[in-house]
Write a protein that binds this ligand. Structure first.
Ligand SMILES: *Cc1c(COP(=O)(O)O)cnc(C)c1O
Length: 435
């Protein structure tokens, strides 16, 4: 498998290099040079395959030998070890639940696959690999869980003290083993700056094998295409011969980009529907052809508070910067917090189904989309379990919601973190002493 940079189509790296580098030196994003089509018989026979079998075939086709088949099977078995069930809401409305992994959000798919592939390529190294991650709370939990107990790899997570939710903090600080949390007495930007400085510091680099677990790593994108096939498989059995579209609650647009990959590989997706909160630069681009990034605004679907989505460069590349074709394939809608809260209440009341705020944005997008395309079946991606946002969800619904075992157990666990000032010299000495 060869990859290029969205800033330079001439640049070529192999999968291993893209995996460990995360970002090309020119600050573009890595993209596969070739997106092979799956055999039509595979699509027709999807109902015969399990999720891990589908994941293996999709990954093996994309990776084109970058990982030998037996090793790739092993990686998939370990990474994709939880289900992605579809729940039927109405005749044309389905919900793909992506929150059955360890951190209860879809980011588990990407984080676990990245951890397993890194561990695989790292297996011959004698020196341990140290992964530095700065988190504002959201991705840290998936990364921590994904790398937990991975041999040969240690993870250092930097998070801003007092600025992540109590639950998120527990997800970062209670695992132990190879996962170390640093509670930085500063902001998320301070955390990010410390990580950046460590990568630039020659003494640190000479002594420690460093890597990052960036959210735009290609190894996080690839596994996110698996569940489009899995959902299609479940819905096409329920409603044969109906065109199928996906509604994706979007922030950095990684999930939506993975949907484009699935479509390019041959999955018959009618439309991909981008649903956002008021941070609507992409829906705006789809309707006007003008891309105007701006600073983000806070909403109740805060994992989607993004003003300049990083994966837009990938989307644009996949459509060769042609707005009119992108606009034919991708529909965009955006909604306010009031509309989102109303949707959560009405779905709870009508169907006794609890959506989280991100899924509720997608639900609204699905309703608008199906007005325009009533003969289509819509599958919305429910990206997180509602209990992850328990304070907001209970306040909006005015009732208690059930908490999954995984979260209940967390509450009782003890937090272990090291409090640190946002000072690079302090961070550097700590790193050199411990790794
Ligand atoms: C990260 C996240 C999103 C946004 O996903 P992108 O791939 O960045 O568009 C949506 N919902 C939840 C719950 C998330 O954690």
């Amino acid at each position: 498998m060869q990859l290029y940079s969205t800033n330079n189509s001439e640049l070529r790296v192999d999968f291993k290099e893209a995996l460990f580098k995360g970002l090309p030196d020119d600050n573009g994003l890595f993209m596969p040079c070739i997106i092979p089509k799956l055999p039509e018989s595979f699509i027709q026979h999807l109902p015969n395959y399990t999720l891990p079998e589908i994941a293996f075939t999709v990954a093996n086709t994309l990776l084109q030998g970058a990982i030998p088949e037996t090793d790739l099977r092993h990686i998939i078995t370990r990474a994709i070890n939880f289900p992605a069930p579809v729940v039927k809401l109405t005749a044309h409305q389905y919900i793909l639940e992506l929150f059955h992994g360890p951190s209860l959000a879809f980011k588990d798919f990407g984080a676990r696959f990245m951890a397993e592939t890194m561990s695989y390529f790292n297996r011959a190294e004698t020196k341990e690999l140290v992964i530095l991650v700065a988190t504002s709370g959201d991705t840290g939990g998936a990364v921590a869980a994904g790398f937990y107990q991975t041999p040969g790899i240690k993870v250092v997570i930097l998070y801003p003290s007092g600025k992540v939710s109590p639950l998120q903090e527990k997800q970062l600080t209670t695992l132990g083993h190879n996962i170390q949390a640093l509670e930085i007495n500063g902001t998320f930007d301070d955390c990010q700056a410390l990580v950046k400085q460590a990568f630039l510091d020659t003494q640190t680099r000479d002594n420690i094998r460093l890597s990052s677990a960036n959210s735009i790593n290609i190894a996080r994108l690839i596994p996110q295409s698996f569940y489009y096939f899995e959902a299609y498989k479940q819905v096409i059995q329920d409603t044969p011969n109906t065109p199928i579209s996906f509604i994706i609650p979007s922030g950095n647009f990684g999930n939506l980009t993975a949907g484009i990959l699935a479509k390019r590989m041959g999955l018959p997706i009618q439309h991909l529907v981008a649903a956002t909160n008021i941070n609507n630069v992409v829906p705006e681009y789809l309707s006007t052809g003008v891309y105007k990034p701006r600073s983000s605004e806070r909403t109740i679907s805060n994992a989607m508070d993004v003003g300049n989505p990083s994966n837009f460069a990938r989307m644009n590349n996949l459509y060769s910067s042609t707005w009119n074709i992108m606009q034919e394939h991708i529909k965009g809608f955006y909604f306010t917090d009031e509309e989102t809260a109303d949707a959560m209440r009405s779905v709870q009341k009508e169907y006794n189904y609890t959506l989280d705020p991100h899924g509720a944005v997608a639900y609204l997008g699905m309703a608008e989309y199906l007005e325009l395309y009533p003969d289509t079946a819509g599958i919305l991606l429910e990206t997180a379990h509602p209990a992850k946002f328990i304070e907001d969800v209970e306040e909006i619904l005015q009732e208690k919601i059930a908490i999954p075992e995984a979260l209940k157990n967390l509450e009782e666990k003890e937090k272990h973190s090291i409090l640190m000032e946002p000072d690079f010299e302090v961070f550097k000495s700590w790193l050199l002493e411990h790794y």
